[in-house]
Design a protein around this ligand. Structure first.
Ligand code: HMG
Length: 418
């Protein structure tokens, strides 16, 4: 992001401190939300029982077809049972939360079944736009069942919808349109609204939460909302211990987003993974892997996932939080422009740390190739076109990748497992 800022004639501190982004994921043109989504679900395959799996739901706002569900392509790449329902859900960055809630309700109605929820997106604003600094790409997969291995989703959510023109993407283009500052205000207002109603309906306050994860279009965004929430919380003020804990946990939840950017509907869940992985590394790494050092996140030690470099960027106290424990409650704030916002909670279950893929995550992040700004621009502009012309994807950067979009011929997409 430093290189990008310099190329755009902007002070790098604006990107790194003001917006809170250090790196950005740039997908090669053989990657789209289908390949990213399938790749994210791979580690879950051993836990999927084809007799119990009943739905595959993909939340996305960068789908590859206006009609056919991306879940069908992913379902084929993963070789899943044909006896499932495959659908795609759209409402900007809120889509995956809608999918997760549908999955939870389905499991309640049909105990013993499983639902695979995938959040996959490529955030594109365009070269030289104000949103460019917040671009990113990625996917998160979640297996929902009645016996969760990580978190139990509680039945306490508050959701609000309001038609707002803060961010949108017409179907004929791959880049989003945004009223940047307006969208930021709407995000904060929606958080304060759903939080106030949630805390009243559930008779709780900030002190009841061990951590709160936010949708992260950029890492500064959730912090602005959390601070606004602290101010608004008249009558039930968070204690100073609570403020310190939630701010320190917030820093943990932003580590991956700071290195990836906005992955739209998966970004809340990327924040959750970041929070849990930081705890994992902090509480299982040996003394040589200094979990709470203040180095930059560029090495290949697992400890880079939980260093405090981003805390230094935001002037937050360099607190190292205590280990997360089963029974503790995590708040989750989902926001999708347009706009729908939801606040709900989930509770850590016994053995949750054993179910993580923390080492795989940090390896994937550290194995990326750094691009120059010119290489990034060329890659950005080489994406599969929004037009009927044939397309053959690049043979470069395919190592470590299991699925590729190989070509589009006569307007039909051809995916390969490699
Ligand atoms: P901008 O106009 O480039 O930036 O827009 P700015 O002038 O507002 O500056 C940003 C921050 O950097 C400010 O701090 C500056 O003071 C600071 P703040 O007041 O916000 O705390 N700054 C500096 N700091 C240190 N050193 C410096 C320096 N210079 C300035 N030298 C914006 C930024 C995020 C609006 C833009 O990138 C944008 O339009 N992004 C896309 C829209 C977006 O992300 N909106 C977020 C809310 S909506 C949402 O979350 C939904 C979404 O994910 C989509 C979906 O739902 O599908 C986007």
């Amino acid at each position: 992001m430093e290189d990008l800022a310099i190329a755009r004639g902007i002070d790098p501190n604006k990107f790194i401190i003001g917006i809170g982004q250090s790196q950005q994921a740039v997908p090669p043109n053989h990657q789209d939300i289908v390949t990213l989504g399938a790749q994210a679900a791979l580690p879950l395959l051993p836990s999927i029982d084809n007799n119990r799996l009943k739905m595959v739901i993909v939340g996305t706002e960068s789908g590859v077809d206006a009609s056919k569900s991306s879940a069908l392509y992913i379902h084929k790449l993963l070789n899943l049972s044909p006896w499932v329902r495959c659908v795609e859900v759209k409402e900007a960055c809120y889509g995956a939360t809608a999918a997760l809630m549908m999955a939870r309700d389905y499991i309640l109605a049909h105990p013993g079944t499983q639902v695979l929820v995938i959040a996959a997106d490529i955030a594109r604003y365009g070269v030289g736009t104000p949103g460019e600094v917040t671009q990113g790409a990625g996917a998160v997969a979640m297996l929902v069942s009645e016996n969760p291995r990580v978190l139990q989703i509680n039945d306490d959510s508050v959701v609000k919808s309001a038609e707002i023109q803060d961010f949108w993407r017409p179907v004929y283009q791959s880049t989003a349109l945004a009223r940047g500052k307006f969208s930021t205000e709407q995000y904060i207002n929606m958080f304060c609204d759903v939080w106030q109603r949630y805390s009243a309906e559930n008779a709780c306050n900030f002190n009841d939460f061990e951590a709160i994860c936010f949708h992260l279009p950029y890492t500064k965004m959730g912090l602005k909302a959390l601070r606004a929430g602290f101010e608004e919380n008249s009558g039930m003020s968070p204690t100073s211990d609570t403020r310190e804990r939630l701010l320190a946990r917030y820093q943990d939840s932003t580590k991956y987003s700071r290195r990836i950017g906005n992955i739209y509907t998966g970004s809340l869940y990327l924040g959750l993974i970041s929070l849990l992985d930081c705890d994992y590394f902090r509480n299982s790494c040996d003394s040589s892997a200094t979990a709470c050092d203040s180095s930059e996140s560029v090495g290949d030690s697992p400890a880079v996932a939980c260093d405090l470099s981003s805390a230094a960027h935001t002037n937050e106290p360099p607190t190292c939080p205590s280990p997360l424990l089963p029974g503790q409650k995590i708040g989750l704030f989902s926001y999708g422009s347009g706009a729908v916002a939801e606040f709900f909670s989930a509770t850590l279950v016994p053995g949750w740390r054993d179910a993580l893929f923390s080492n795989q995550h940090i390896k994937a992040l550290n194995n990326r190739t750094q691009l120059s700004v010119l290489q990034y621009e060329a890659m950005f502009n080489s994406a599969a076109p929004y037009s009927p012309q044939d397309f053959a994807s690049s043979q470069n950067h395919r190592s470590g990748v299991r699925f590729v979009l190989d070509s589009i011929t006569s307007q039909e997409r051809r995916y390969l497992s490699i």
